[in-house]
Design a binder for this molecule. Structure first.
Ligand code: HEC
Ligand code: HEC
Length: 305
């Protein structure tokens, strides 16, 4: 404690000496300038680092970047970045691919006005970093894996042709044999969602399996077991009706190794349609979160992560 105090007095003495010096202002200005430079450098580094980090995690960043790219950059560089009348190829040309994130950031912030490339500093660092993340996807020739489809078309499929809504509910409409999928798409990678649709029997939990009941008179019924104890079984059949059985009255009942969910969506639906469904599930979850977020801030924060 005394040590700290004595240091403070030493410092204030030093300050007094500095203040009394005619060079104080120059020194202060120089150190302020230096500090500012360090801050700017740090900020630049952090932005690109976090862009890379978020890009790894997935998904929103790349998707946001795609949106910006398709609304802002597309007129000159084309949808795939391979160039148009007013801008060069920025996706397959090695010179552009080799620009580091920092260099690309610099190009985007300051533009090359003389050459016809506008500055986009006004978009702000998050958007610019997202665009760069998306540009890397274009450059890698990878499919923009994260959320490629069209949510609007996905919704039509969900409630229409694909009949998901026969069994699943989203946003309060649909069936109830399957899980409510309103927030299923949050925090899940596109690939995982896609697999859940095309391969429903993968990692199926026993309670999610179909139950097949055979009654004494030979009639059979399939559904999901909603309740089971030693003596009784409550089954919900596909039409949503609940059936209560006393086990002693049944000829037989068994859990089938499969889900009630059709396992042939991978062949019934095209690749684009599957993308559209995935996109819809992700966007629906996002919308659900927004609604919740009006009450709880932490949900919003999670979405931004
Ligand atoms: C008005 C047309 C126009 C728009 C809009 C535009 N660019 Fe460009 N861009 C250009 C032109 C022209 C060049 C070539 C500049 C040159 O030759 O140095 C260029 C070059 C680039 C380069 C390469 C820079 C280099 O040093 O080689 C990148 C990267 C780039 N643009 C990214 C983008 C992104 C990302 C967007 C959207 C945020 C965008 N551009 C929007 C016209 C445009
Ligand atoms: C015949 C009813 C039925 C249809 C039709 C159906 N599902 Fe399912 N689905 C289920 C059941 C049952 C499960 C497994 C139990 C559960 O999670 O509800 C399931 C599971 C899922 C899961 C995993 C849920 C989780 O929490 O793990 C997703 C995602 C899903 N379905 C999406 C879809 C989509 C998209 C469609 C339309 C292309 C569809 N389902 C059509 C019944 C159905």
């Amino acid at each position: 404690m005394t040590d700290v105090l004595s240091r403070i007095t030493t410092w204030s003495k030093a300050g007094f000496i500095l203040l009394s010096s005619r060079h104080f202002l120059c020194a202060a200005a120089a150190s302020l300038f230096f500090a500012a430079c360090v801050l700017v450098l740090q900020a630049g580094g952090q932005n690109t680092r976090s862009a890379a980090k978020k890009n790894q995690a997935g998904d929103w960043v790349v998707e946001d970047g795609r949106k910006t790219f398709e609304s802002v950059c597309v007129t000159c560089h084309g949808l795939d970045g391979r160039g148009g009348e007013r801008g060069p190829d920025i996706s397959t040309r090695a010179e552009v691919q080799q620009l580091s994130d920092e260099e690309t950031l610099h190009v985007l912030q300051t533009g090359k006005p003389a050459a016809g490339m506008p500055a986009f500093g006004t978009l702000g660092p998050p958007k610019i970093n997202a665009v760069i993340a998306y540009l890397r996807v274009l450059q890698g020739g990878r499919k923009p894996g994260p959320i490629p489809g069209n949510a609007q078309r996905g919704k039509l499929l969900f409630f229409g042709k694909a009949r998901c809504a026969n069994c699943h509910m989203i946003g309060g409409s649909g069936g109830f044999i399957g899980a409510d999928l309103s927030s299923y798409g949050s925090n899940r990678a596109a690939k995982e969602i896609r697999t859940a649709i095309t391969d429903p029997n993968k990692d199926l939990e026993p309670r999610e399996r179909t139950v097949l009941v055979t009654m004494r008179d030979g009639r059979q019924l399939t559904g999901i077991a909603r309740n089971e104890d030693n003596f009784s079984l409550q089954l919900q059949s596909l039409d949503g009706t609940f059936h209560l059985f006393s086990k002693g009255d049944l000829e037989h009942f068994e859990y089938l190794p499969e889900s009630l969910m059709p396992s042939d969506y991978g062949s019934l639906l095209g690749a684009t349609e599957l993308d559209d469904l995935v996109s819809y599930l992700v966007h629906a979850a996002r919308a659900a979160k927004k609604v919740q977020a009006s009450g709880t801030k932490s949900e919003l924060e999670k979405e931004e992560d």
